[in-house]
Design a protein around this ligand. Structure first.
Ligand SMILES: NC(=O)c1ccc[n+]([C@@H]2O[C@H](COP(=O)([O-])OP(=O)(O)OC[C@H]3O[C@@H](n4cnc5c(N)ncnc54)[C@H](OP(=O)(O)O)[C@@H]3O)[C@@H](O)[C@H]2O)c1
Length: 328
C-alpha cells in the first residue's frame, strides 16, 4: 500500500458515484488530500458551495470541454490521482483531460468506468464510449486504473404489489411496477451498493497492485430469479413476473439504433439504446460475472481486500423494506 499522502482531484463530486467516492476518500484523511473539479455553470450550485464551505475542499472551476488544454494542465499540476465520475452521456468530455494529465505528470488516472463488466465492440454503447477514453489513455502511456462495479443494488430490485418499496425506485411512478425478468432470469450478475463504490475506490487507489489494471468490485453475484425470490421471502409478498425475451431485448436495441441513425440526438432513443445495451450485457450474454472479468484480465477486489465487508444485497433489501433506503 502507498504510504505517503496522495492529492486526489475528483470530477463529479456532486453526482451519485462521485458523492460515494468523495465520502470514501474523506474517511481516510491521513491517506488523501481531496480537491474537486467543477464546471463553471455549476460553480454557484448549493452542493458545490457545501463542498467548499462545509468540507473546506479546494475547488477548481474549469470547463473541460472549452478551456485550452494548458488551463487543464494547470489544474492537474501536482495531482497524484485524478478520478472522473462524469455522467454517462458525457464520456468523451474526458478526452482532453487525458492529454492534460499526461503533460501534468498525473501518477494515476481513473477514468469514469463504474459500470458492469462488458467487452468493447458493439455490445454496450456506453462501454464503447468509455473505451475511446481508455484507448486515449493507452496511446498517451498514462498510468491508469479502470474500476467497474457491476450494477448498483439501488437499481436492481423489482417493486412489490403493495407499493412498499416504490419510494426507493429510480423509475418515475408512471413506469412502475418493475417486474421484468430478462432472458429467463438465470444469468448471475455482480452487484455493488453505490455507497461502497467510494470505499473500494479508496482501497484501490492506495494499492500499487492495481496500477495499470482493471479492477471489479461486488458484494453479491445474483440472478434476477434469485433477487425476486429473496425479496418475496423477505417481504411475504408474491411478485408477478413479466418475461422479456432475449429477442425482445435485441429488437429494442435495433429499434433504438434505427431511430438514432436518422436522429442522433433523440434522447428517448438514446436511453432505450443504453437500457438494451445493459440488458444484452447482463442477461443475454451474461458478461457481468467474476469469472468473465478474470478472463478479461480484471483483478477481483474481493480477493485483493478480503478484510473489507461490502454492504450485501440482502442488507440493502432490509433497509429498503424498512423505509430507510435512499433513492438514487
Ligand atoms: N453501475 C451502475 O449501476 C451505474 C449506474 C448509474 C451510473 N453508472 C455510471 O456511473 C457514471 C457516473 O454516473 P452518475 O449517475 O453517478 O452521474 P451523475 O449523478 O449524473 O453525476 C455526474 C457528475 O458529473 C459532473 N459533470 C458532468 N459534466 C461535467 C463537466 N463537463 N465538467 C465537470 N463536471 C461534470 C456533474 O456535475 P454538475 O453538478 O455540474 O452536473 C455531476 O457531479 C456514469 O458514467 C455511468 O456510466 C453506473
Amino acid at each position: 500500500m502507498s504510504t505517503s499522502k496522495q492529492t486526489v482531484l475528483l470530477l463529479g463530486a456532486t453526482g451519485h458515484t462521485g458523492k460515494s467516492i468523495l465520502r470514501g476518500l474523506l474517511k481516510d484523511k491521513s491517506a488523501f488530500n481531496v480537491e474537486v473539479l467543477v464546471r463553471p455553470s455549476s460553480a454557484e450550485k448549493s452542493d458545490v458551495k457545501q463542498l467548499k464551505d462545509s468540507l473546506g475542499l479546494k475547488i477548481h472551476i474549469v470547463d473541460i470541454v472549452e478551456a485550452p488544454v494548458e488551463d487543464l494542465v494547470q489544474v492537474l499540476n501536482g495531482i497524484d490521482v485524478f478520478i472522473s465520475a462524469i455522467d454517462m452521456m458525457s464520456q468523451l468530455a474526458q478526452l482532453r483531460l487525458v492529454t492534460a494529465a499526461k503533460q501534468a505528470g498525473v501518477k494515476r488516472f481513473v477514468p469514469c468506468a463504474f459500470i458492469t463488466v462488458c467487452p468493447p465492440g458493439g455490445i454496450m454503447p456506453m462501454r464503447d464510449a468509455k473505451e475511446q477514453v481508455y484507448q486515449e489513455i493507452w496511446k498517451a502511456h498514462l498510468p491508469y486504473t479502470i474500476i467497474d462495479v457491476g450494477f448498483w443494488h439501488q437499481l436492481s430490485f423489482p417493486t412489490l404489489p403493495s407499493g412498499r418499496v416504490d419510494y426507493g425506485s429510480i423509475m418515475p411512478k408512471s413506469r412502475l411496477p418493475i417486474r421484468d425478468i430478462h432472458a429467463g432470469g438465470n444469468a448471475p450478475n455482480m452487484l455493488t451498493d453505490v455507497r461502497d463504490i467510494g470505499n473500494y475506490v479508496a482501497l484501490i487507489i492506495k494499492d500499487p497492485r492495481t496500477l495499470n489494471k482493471f479492477v471489479c468490485t461486488y458484494s453479491d453475484v445474483l440472478s434476477e430469479n434469485e433477487i425476486f425470490a429473496m425479496l418475496e421471502e423477505m417481504s411475504g409478498e408474491e411478485i408477478e413476473r413479466k418475461h422479456v425475451s432475449a429477442a425482445d431485448i435485441l429488437a429494442m436495441r435495433d429499434t433504438a439504433s434505427a431511430i438514432l441513425a436518422t436522429d442522433p440526438t433523440n434522447v428517448p432513443a438514446l436511453m432505450m439504446l443504453h437500457q438494451a445495451g445493459y440488458n444484452n450485457n447482463k442477461y443475454v450474454r451474461g458478461d457481468n460475472t467474476p469469472a468473465y472479468a478474470k478472463y478479461l484480465g480484471y483483478l477481483d477486489a474481493r480477493e485483493l481486500y478480503p478484510e473489507f465487508q461490502p454492504i450485501t444485497f440482502r442488507e440493502y433489501l432490509v433497509e429498503l423494506l424498512d423505509g430507510r433506503a435512499e433513492k438514487p
